[in-house]
Every structure is written in C-alpha cells, then in structure tokens.
Design a protein around this ligand. Structure first.
Ligand code: UDP
Length: 463
C-alpha cells in the first residue's frame, strides 16, 4: 500500500542552476541545506503525500529529492495508498477546502474512521523504516491524520497545505472541522500564501513557503522553435514537420494525442492556451464560453490530461464531456477556432514536453480558475515569458501583479469581463510590452527550488 521512493539521481544541471541564481543565493542555499542536515542529525527528511504522479506536489517532489541529494541532505518520499472509500473522503475534503460543497456528502465520524483506518494501515508499513531522528513533512489533507499516528515514532512532524480559500465559508469550515483536530501535534504548518491560513490555526507556528518550478525539467526546459513545432504537430495542431525523425528528448513523443478540432491555429493569428486538469475549479468551459462570445480572431486550445488515462479522478471525464458538449454547440466558424486536447499520461516526460511546447507556443496563456491553491501552470507560463491572463484567485494573486507581469480579472465568475480582456489582448489593444520578461523575473526571484530549501530550513529551526 505504502510506496517508498529514494532517489539515486542527482539534480540535473546543478551548475547551471547556481549560475542562474547567482553566488549569494547559492551560498544561502548551501547554508540552508547544511542547517537541515544538522537538524536531521543523521536522520532522514521524509516527504509524505498520496500520489507519485500528477498534480503540483508530485511535480515538486520529483525535483526536490534529487536536489536534496546533490546538497547532501538525506531525504525520502513516501506515497500513502488508499481504497476507493478513502479517496472518496479525501476528494470531498479537498473540494471543501476550496470552498465548494462538492458531492454534498458528510464529513462525519464514519468518514473519519474510513480515513484513519487507511492511514493507520499505511503507518503500520513504516515501522521498520522510520528512525527516531527522522522528520516527517506531510502534504495536504490526505496525510494530516498521520501527525498523530506517527508523531511518537520520529523527531518531529510538520504539515503542509497546498490548497485553500480566499474567504472562509461553510464548506471550508466543514473541512477544517475534520482536519484541525489532527494537526494539534504538528510542530509547524506550511501554507503557500498567508491568506490561506484558516483563522482557527492562527495559534500554530506557520511558515509561508510557495511552490516552485525547475527551469531544467521537461516541463520548463528551453525548447527551440523546431522542437515546439514537432510537439504541436504531434498534437495535431500543425502540419506534420518534414525532416529527420525526432531526436533527443523528443523521442519521448510516442503516444497518440486525442485532439477534438475542426481547424488548427492560423499562423499569424493569436494563439490562446489553457492547460489544466478537467476540473470544475479550472473552469475550462468558462474559458470556452468567454472566448466564443468575445474573441473574434485567434485560436483557443484547451489542454488537459486524457480522462481515459486517469483512474483516480473520474470527475475529469465528466468535466471534459461538458466542454465537448459546449464545443459541439458552437457556431461552425467559432468551432474551427477551438481545439480540445487530451494529453497522454502514459509517459510523464512526454506529457511534460507537450505542456512545455503548448505553453511556449501560446501568445496568451489563460488560467481562468474559480479557486486556486497556487497555480503552477501560471508559474510555468511566466517562466516562459508568456503573457498570462488569469483570474485573481488563490496563489495566482501572489504571482501576478495586474498590468505589471500579467493580467488579472478580479471576479472569477465574470465571463464577460474575462472574454473582453482576452479579446483586447488578442487584438493587441493592451500594452503587454515587457510583461513576459517581468513575469520571468518574478519566477526567477521567488519561485525556484532554492526558496523551498531555505523555507524548509526556517521551518525546522524551531528548537
Ligand atoms: N499538468 C500536466 N499535464 C496536464 C495538465 C496539467 O502536466 O495535462 C500539470 C501542470 O503543468 C502543472 C500541474 O499539472 O504542473 C498542475 O498544477 P496547478 O498548481 O496548476 O494545479 P492543480 O492541478 O495542482 O490544482
């Protein structure tokens, strides 16, 4: 049930990374790593979450483990497993933490039992593994119950929350009623942005540590124009490229991509892209409606994981089908300017390359979320110097300053405001000069992995 990841890999391009952040930040990174190693005193820092692939946390841990290894910190990663009932409860909790009642089901004693039974079973498998000097950093609501269950086995347990609401309400209250009692034994809590810390946890030690992207991962590394074209052709969004067969990392392009489209982007016309899970909160159908009603020129690509390849989140199929139905209803001329793209998930490197190329190919990257924890897709696009048009929710507000390094729409439910802004940007009526460059600078300053290591050193420095 429990899966253990220890990496033998070092962080790719460490030297280049040091060059990128400069000597002063490199020194602080080394100091922070030494601090963490000292605090561990021979123990291991275990990150614990509930999935090894898909989603922002897994994305970060795949980068962080090799980085810790390269910096001389012993770190590991445990992935808790669960049954259908466990994931039903945690999905309900996650939705409620975003302020939505979701399926409306209860979060009472029966759900608590189902949740704790699974976590206790997972904990049973760690007995041989965990040592007295180890430290646990638990991620998100799926693992919060382990604070108590494993607290006595290790030196300290911390809990990190990657989601949240901008304003607390009945749904988020219900989620915190469920979670807060588990957290009393945590030595410290971590949130991505300050306004996601619920009032009732105000007495805990809290650190704010934002997520990060790696400039050298398949998702973000530089792709030249030819590589981008090859990826788009693989997606069916441009004519097949002539020339030698795919080389280097592009050899990963092996699995078919499902594209629902009757036309492809017109070179010379603006291309708009949103990459997201097919989820109510990502509002893909809202983007489609706003584009169809307001943007007269250009092409919109909505891209997400192929729902056929996702076992643990059946709702994605439902939300994709809604987009498909809305797409079918579009007037033919508009339908030819919208493509729905289902990216294969069989090979994560391939998936990441396709996301990378789609973001790079876009004139405008859209993220019209109704709620957001942090919004790594925004960070990824900003790193690629794209102009991002997004709703002002969650961590997106931390990343984008409107008019400075991107564009924000204040009310996420304001379809016409969003559509009008998209239309003006697509028509070149908004001065976006320098916005992409400033977006990249923001990420360089605040959202690279050294910030994570430094934040963790601060968190652990509590004795
Ligand atoms: N993502 C991906 N393939 C997809 C759709 C999304 O790799 O088909 C990635 C995306 O690039 C980002 C992560 O999934 O790295 C989503 O993180 P974000 O914080 O934006 O939203 P979440 O899905 O965690 O709510």
């Amino acid at each position: 049930m429990l899966t253990i990841h220890r990496t033998e890999r070092e962080f790719d391009h460490l030297g280049e990374f040091f060059d990128l952040i400069g000597p002063e930040r490199t020194r602080r990174l080394h100091d922070a790593a030494a601090e963490i190693a000292r605090r561990l005193d021979g123990g291991t820092l275990w990150h614990v979450n509930s999935t090894a692939a898909g989603g922002g946390v897994a994305e970060m841990l795949h980068i962080l483990l090799p980085l810790y290894r390269s910096l001389g910190v012993r770190a590991g990663w445990l992935v808790v497993g669960g049954d259908g009932r466990f994931f039903e409860v945690t999905k309900r909790l996650g939705t409620a933490l975003y302020g939505s009642p979701g399926d409306g089901g209860p979060l009472g004693p029966a759900e608590q039992t189902a949740y704790l039974d699974v976590l206790s079973a997972n904990a049973g498998e760690t007995r041989e593994l965990l040592g007295r000097r180890d430290i646990l950093l638990l991620h998100d609501h799926q693992t919060a119950g382990l604070v108590e269950i494993l607290g006595g086995e290790v030196s300290a347990v911390y809990w990190r929350c990657h989601v949240g609401v901008d304003e607390e309400g009945p749904a988020s209250d219900a989620a915190w009623d469920f979670l807060a009692p588990f957290l009393s034994g945590a030595r410290g809590l971590v949130f991505s942005v300050p306004w996601h810390v619920p009032r009732r946890l105000g007495d805990h030690r809290v650190e704010i540590v934002p997520p990060f992207v790696s400039p050298f991962s398949a998702k973000n590394r530089v792709l030249d124009e030819g590589d981008v074209r090859t990826c788009l052709a693989h997606c069916g969004l441009s004519a097949p490229t002539a020339g030698p067969p795919a080389r280097g990392p592009l050899r990963a392009l092996r699995h078919p991509v499902r594209l629902v489209a009757e036309g492809t982007p017109n070179p010379g016309e603006p291309s708009l892209v949103q990459v997201s899970r097919w989820d109510r909160l990502k509002d893909m159908d809202g983007v489609l409606a706003a584009f169809a009603a307001h943007v007269e020129k250009g092409y919109l690509t909505l891209a997400g994981p192929d729902p056929l390849g996702i076992q643990d989140d059946v709702e994605q199929g439902v939300w994709f089908d809604r987009c498909l139905a809305a797409w079918r209803e579009l007037p033919p001329a508009t339908r030819r300017r919208v493509g729905l793209l289902c990216l294969p998930m069989a090979d994560l490197e391939e998936n990441a390359l396709l996301v990378n190329a789609l973001q790079r190919s876009a004139d405008v990257v859209v993220q019209k979320s109704l709620a957001e924890g942090f919004g790594l897709t925004v960070t990824e696009a900003m790193w690629k110097s794209r102009v991002v048009v997004a709703s002002a929710v969650g961590g997106i507000r931390e990343q984008i300053t409107h008019g400075e390094n991107g564009l924000l729409v204040a009310d996420p439910a304001d379809l016409s405001g969003f559509g009008t802004l998209l239309a003006r940007v697509a028509a070149g009526e908004v001065d976006t000069g320098g916005m992409g460059a400033r977006a990249r600078l923001k990420v360089l300053r605040d959202f690279l992995p050294d910030r994570e290591v430094i934040g963790t050193a601060r968190l652990l420095d509590d004795r």
